[in-house]
Design a protein around this ligand. Structure first.
Ligand SMILES: *Cc1c(COP(=O)(O)O)cnc(C)c1O
Length: 394
């Protein structure tokens, strides 16, 4: 690995991209991939052109898996699977593998967990044991209120709701709640943004396109004892045991996406933050930086009289910040002009999800503090010049 490319030798001139996913990638990663596009490490091949069973790709794969295991501190009794099908695919693949003909419990905290509960219902009995739909998903239902089933096969939650901007800052301890079954988490949109307490988790899954790499790769981290219990109808390529036994190469894995994620892991390992004289690296460094980024944006929104975020402060997402403009006159052409103005400042993809509207800033690992600062500067300037803006865009 050419370490020099993993540190920003070149001052970036690219805009800041706030897309929720597929999302911005570290510029150093894109540059390295570009430099290796035609000939990876003297092999004469692009990574896209290699056999997934050849020694070149196997080395890429093994490095990526080892780096991820180190970054996320994945214990030895968990398998790391590089799959396909995305987060939505896992909504079917998880019950096919874990439900064992019994029911599964779902904590519904936003659009993604709502979808998970619905999809699982095709393969097993799925029970919604808590939901804050009535509060428009602006807070998390307290674990003490969950109506856990007697013996569910597993309990599912989405640890960061990408659309509603709600995040679990502490995972529930199911054992302490009297329900000693595996906890399944969909961590698609905050994987590698913070540390994971694996003692509370049986399985975690996530699409790569939010915080790890390009679309097409799905990460599954699963405790070994949960393998080998798939329903008979489970497709072989989606049977976790089959995938694990074949080192994620039962069928051709998404090789290029794995390579890009691997470069991202190298980049993550090279990140540092110094806190009170201590040097943090990797995910710990990212978590520190992500806390600072989120605070910068939420603090600005909270003191503003124009912008508002409706999520309860104790469960606001560090990664996805949905917010609204209070001024009812800022719709239609003015809303579009607001976004055009942002783009002119190099601030891309701030449009809110179609189901909730408004605005959304996704500030994943690849977003530097400077990007969040540039957004805050734009929002402040816009608020200051609101009356002249409204005259200029009738
Ligand atoms: C994006 C997202 C998904 C969907 O992922 P696909 O790869 O499109 O299937 C699922 N869950 C969460 C939390 C997401 O952010």
């Amino acid at each position: 690995m050419q370490d020099t490319l993993m540190t920003p030798a070149v001052e970036s001139t690219r805009p800041f991209n706030f897309s929720a996913g597929p999302a911005a990638m570290p510029e150093a990663v894109l540059r390295q991939a570009a430099s290796e596009m035609l000939d990876w490490h003297g092999s004469g091949m692009s990574v896209m052109e290699m056999s997934h069973r050849g020694k070149e790709f196997i080395s890429i794969y093994e490095q990526a898996e080892a780096d991820l295991r180190e970054l996320l501190a994945v214990p030895a009794n968990f398998k790391i699977l590089f799959m396909q099908g995305g987060g939505l695919g896992e909504n079917a693949i998880v019950p096919l593998n874990l439900s064992r003909g019994a029911s599964a419990d779902f904590v519904v905290t936003g659009s993604w967990s709502e979808k998970s509960a619905k999809e699982a219902g095709k393969y097993c009995k799925s029970a919604i044991i808590a939901s804050n739909a009535a509060q428009s998903y602006t807070r998390l239902p307290d674990a003490s209120t969950w109506q856990l089933s007697t013996t569910p096969s597993y309990v599912h939650l989405c640890s960061n709701e990408t659309i509603h901007g709600v995040e679990f800052h502490t995972l529930p301890d199911l054992k302490a709640l009297g329900c000693d079954v595996p906890l399944v988490i969909d961590f698609s949109s905050h994987v590698a943004s913070r540390t994971v307490d694996w003692s509370k988790v049986g399985l975690a899954f996530g699409g790569a396109q939010k915080n790890l790499g390009p679309a097409g790769l799905t990460l599954v981290v699963v405790r070994e004892d949960l393998l080998g219990h798939a329903l008979a109808i489970c497709p072989s390529a989606f049977n976790y045991k089959t995938v694990a036994d074949n080192g994620s190469m039962y069928n051709t894995p998404p090789t290029y996406a794995i390579y890009m994620a691997g470069l991202t892991f190298q980049w993550l390992k090279a990140q540092t933050e110094t806190v009170a004289g201590t040097v943090l690296t990797g995910v710990a460094a990212m978590e520190h930086r992500n806390i600072a980024k989120a605070k910068l944006l939420y603090d600005f929104i909270d003191q503003s009289s124009l912008y508002v975020n409706h999520v309860a402060p104790d469960c606001r997402s560090r990664m996805n910040v949905p917010f609204f403009i209070r001024d009812a006159g800022l719709t239609g052409p003015r809303y579009d002009a607001f976004l055009t103005g942002a783009k002119a400042r190099g601030l891309l993809q701030l449009k809110g999800h179609k189901s909730v509207g408004g605005l959304r800033a996704s500030i994943y690992n690849a977003m530097p503090v400077a990007g969040v600062q540039a957004l805050v500067d734009y929002l402040r300037d816009f608020e200051r010049t609101l009356s002249s803006f409204c005259k200029s865009v009738p």
